[in-house]
Write a new protein. Sequence first.
Length: 250
Amino acid sequence: EMEVDVLEFKVPVENNKTLFVWDIQPSHTEAQIYDGLDGVFSSFGPLYLLKVCPNAPLNPPGFYALIKFYSAAQASKAQRQTDGRSLFQSSPLKVRLSSKQTPHFLSDSSRPLSHARCLELANHYLGFDGWTSDIITLKELSDEEEEEEEEEGGGRRRRLRFGCLLQLSFPHHGQTTRAAAVVEDSFTCTGPDVLLQKRCKLQRGVREKALVQAFAAVLLILLGNGKVMVEVKQTSDQLLPEQTEGVLQV
């Protein structure tokens, strides 16, 4: 039967996606070790994290590494195929899946991936033309009356809010999803240039936040034959009212 693996756009915290590598000799620099490990392990699939650390004091000199995959199946395959092999050094490495106990308040915590990581993962599996995002509405929700009294030094406290409703589409898979986001910031406005910079920053921030929200509903289904399917966990009209309040009234 065909092996199927499901990837979500969230930070991998599970033990079955985390590898520890021991017995790394101090014969290379930390940067060389990083590059060597990256070359070997990223050939199994994209990595969320690769961290090289010196051994603790009182241990023999050398290094160990922590590697996190997005995919449990890829982590397992990498462990089986690298454990006991020397790879980029003269003596064998020890590679194990993590067995550390996750505190139970963290065990089901699922933080969404950052905007940059969402793009990285989507582009890796779907290609740059495999998905599109379109802004349905992006509007300022700030109320002029929210201006507060002048501060010392002539600045005025301002609060800006922006809302964005966005559609994420996967044309080759016939799937779409929508998401909304709101961002706000309070700051001391000392001139029109400050206000303009803040507006630009918040407009970019709210677009990125909405895209992260949209990707949070997406599942990548990796089939054993190398094909990738896309599923959406919720339909586009299941937006939460508080997410869209003030954004949808165009």
